[in-house]
Design a binder for this molecule. Structure first.
Ligand code: F6R
Ligand code: MG
Ligand code: MG
Length: 364
């Protein structure tokens, strides 16, 4: 074992309480019991955002470690048993397979991981969202690591001035491309401005090559070939000392952006930054939410969390999100509130077209 630390954040919705809004305390207790005292872990923190359980784990086994993925899988299976017993809603919904096959990727749960040598001081932030998709991180990641109007460090910190590299995934064609900011930003924005198709997977410090951010990018419905719930992504960001400061990393969320995934995974709405106590979606199963938990790592131990968005400095963002939500809700079944046909998780279009086929008249 090297001295490098790996942070693995693995999440799944294995049963909602009530409906798709939250996680029952018995599931969280089961998840903690499953991770407690495990020799493969240095430390762990279990939480939930909306109806998703998030396992935040530190260890020294590297990314994609079979033992860690197995542990997360077993934990979600054990939680599913509890969810079935309590008849919770959609019990086991994110576990796409009956048997674990060595790597949890592609099996339903979302995974964000990064491995690094711990710095003299290692502040990290774990972002966790509900009722949205992985591309929801594109805009905030761009602002954190490429926009000088958000991150003044890009302009005045000599250790950041060279910029960052962005690894972008094409979720449809399953391929990736790396962009260098600031040189490539116009090309990059063509892609990442389409967050349902292209997602920022990782960000690296250009000069040192150090990993700075890592997100979960799976799209459940593309994997399962049917609607199985939104992906509700997670994101790990390292902060300070040549990386964006904690405040620069949080700043993009002060202006709620529109994301896909509200009600039935088929609507667009503002991403509302909230503290843990407000993380359960309500109105129209939303609006989509994001929580930011800060930790100081010390030899892999997670000191925290600091529940950043619980702060009053994000009150106006919440108010703005509620105003935007109120406005866009009035569009009801019309785009752009309702997503474009290709992006909807639910549709009755084939049945309706079939029913209408005799009534359609060709125009010549
Ligand atoms: C779930 C979600 C919810 C559900 C909705 C309908 O992530 O976004 O809005 O899509 O509650 O759920 P079902 O079809 O399970 O009744
Ligand atoms: Mg759910
Ligand atoms: Mg969810």
């Amino acid at each position: 074992m090297g001295k490098e630390i790996t942070v693995s954040v693995i999440k799944a919705d294995v049963g909602g309480y009530v409906g798709h809004s939250s996680v029952h305390p018995e599931l969280l207790a089961k998840a903690k019991a499953m991770l407690d005292g495990r020799p493969e872990l240095i430390d762990y923190y279990v939480t939930h955002v909306g109806d998703d359980i998030n396992l935040i784990m530190t260890h020294q086994l590297g990314c994609n470690a079979g033992k860690i993925h197995q542990l997360a899988w077993d934990t979600f299976v054990a939680c599913t048993d509890v969810a079935r017993k309590l008849k919770l809603y959609g019990a086991g919904q994110d576990l796409l397979s009956d048997a674990f096959s060595g790597n949890i990727k592609g099996m339903g749960p979302g995974v964000a991981e990064m491995q690094f040598e711990e710095r003299k001081s290692e502040p990290i932030i774990i972002f966790m969202a509900d009722k949205t998709e992985p591309g929801a991180w594109n805009l905030p990641l761009y602002k954190m690591f490429a926009d000088p109007f958000n991150t003044i460090g890009l302009v005045i910190d000599p250790n950041m001035h060279d910029g960052f590299e962005f690894e972008v995934r094409d979720l449809i064609k399953n391929r990736e491309v790396t962009f260098s900011a600031p040189e490539d930003i116009y090309d990059m924005l063509v892609l990442i401005g389409a967050p349902g198709h292209y997602c920022i997977k990782r960000v690296f410090h250009k000069k040192t090559g150090e990993i700075a951010a890592s997100s979960s990018t799976q799209r459940l419905n593309l994997m399962a070939g049917r609607y199985v719930g939104k992906d509700d992504p997670v994101l790990i960001v390292r902060c300070q000392s040549g990386l964006p400061a904690v405040g620069e990393v949080l700043e993009p969320f002060a202006s709620p952006h529109m994301v896909s995934g509200w009600m039935r995974g088929s609507h667009s709405g503002p991403l509302m930054p909230v503290g843990l106590k407000d993380c359960a979606p309500t109105r129209f199963d939303g609006p989509p939410r994001v929580v930011a938990l800060g930790f100081q790592l010390a030899d892999g131990k997670l000191h925290g969390p600091q529940d950043f968005f619980a702060d009053t400095a994000f009150d106006l963002a919440r108010q703005k999100a509620n105003e935007l939500a109120n406005y866009i809700r009035r569009l009801g079944p019309f785009e752009p509130h309702r997503l474009h046909l290709d992006e909807m998780e639910y549709t009755t279009m084939p049945q309706v077209l079939e029913k209408l086929k005799e009534r359609f008249k060709d125009l010549r």
